[in-house]
Design a protein around this ligand. Structure first.
Ligand code: HPA
Length: 289
């Protein structure tokens, strides 16, 4: 798949990936001297968190080499630097999705750049459909594990040992200490939190009811179109990962109502205050640790 507007580079050449990440890092360094400790990826409707950073510096993805800008409504597409308390942070305000036609390498280039900039932990957020009929739109889910149902992987191609090992372990892909920290922050803030398995499908169609029934049988609790490639690329580079889903809707066929991106955005936006509190609280804990 190719996209006419976006810079593409092959997913397969190891020199290309490392060199491309270094090029992006150099372009960042020319604009900002920050040394971020943690990274955050802001999904649909959650970009506002980046605007709350102290000493904010915002770089549009399109102004950095190898970072295609996302065209999805609700995804702004900026790399943002700043602090929360005393903790230096880098945020992706929006992300690049596989269904937009970008290569896997392009989809994970932002998080690889964060890792090269020195972050040791990244928290990813997304909007997702809920598979449990007893859940409600607006529920928040901590991701415990994932199912990659897309049949591709950002690490396909010759391995670049400068990034990580050929066969990365995914046993504890979602860092237990980050999960515990997020649960503690949620408890303190009186925010109810579910947890479960996130299934990645490519989109851009929402799923069919039959696909949703299949995923329930497979043990998934939520379904979405992002996050998993980024988790894989970050684990490859040894970065600790946590991930949160905002369950913006019940998945296809559960309520009988058609799914609508506007509803997804509105629900994510309505839960923004809680999500922002969780992100801020988590970052402060990381800083205190
Ligand atoms: N399916 C896939 N992705 C999504 C959904 C969904 O129901 N809701 C938000 N993102």
């Amino acid at each position: 798949m190719t996209s006419p507007q976006s810079p593409q580079f092959p997913a397969s050449s190891p020199e290309n990936i490392s060199a491309a990440v270094d090029e992006t890092v150099r372009a960042v360094r020319a604009r900002v001297s920050a040394a971020p400790q943690v990274g955050v990826v802001l999904g649909s409707g959650l970009g506002a968190f980046a605007d709350s950073l102290t000493d904010l510096v915002k770089i549009p993805f399109g102004e950095l080499p190898h970072l295609p800008s996302s065209k999805v409504v609700g995804h702004e597409g900026n790399l943002c630097f700043g602090t929360v308390g005393s903790v230096p942070v880098v945020c992706m305000q929006g992300r690049v999705h596989y269904y937009e036609g970008h290569s896997m390498a392009a989809c994970v280039h932002g998080v690889r750049t964060m890792a090269r900039l020195g972050v040791t932990s990244v928290l990813l957020t997304n909007a997702a459909g809920g598979l449990d009929p007893t859940w409600m739109p607006g529920d928040l889910m901590l991701i415990d594990d994932h199912l990659n149902l897309v049949g591709t992987n950002p690490l396909i191609g010759p391995n670049d040992a400068a990034l990580g090992p050929r066969f990365p372990d995914m046993t504890k892909a979602y860092d237990p200490a980050i999960r515990d920290a997020l649960l503690a922050v949620a408890k303190e803030a009186n925010i109810e939190m579910r947890s479960g398995v996130y299934a990645w499908l490519s989109g851009p169609t929402y799923e069919t009811p039959a696909e949703i029934r299949m995923m329930r049988l497979l043990g998934a609790h939520a379904v979405g179109m992002s996050t998993v490639p980024e988790v894989i690329a970050l684990r490859h580079m040894g970065v600790r990962v946590g991930a949160l889903s905002c369950i913006t809707n019940l998945a296809a066929g559960i309520t009988g109502q058609p799914l609508d991106h506007k509803e997804v955005e509105e629900t994510a936006r309505a839960r923004r205050p809680e999500l922002l509190r969780l992100l801020g609280g988590w970052i402060e804990r990381v800083g205190a640790a």
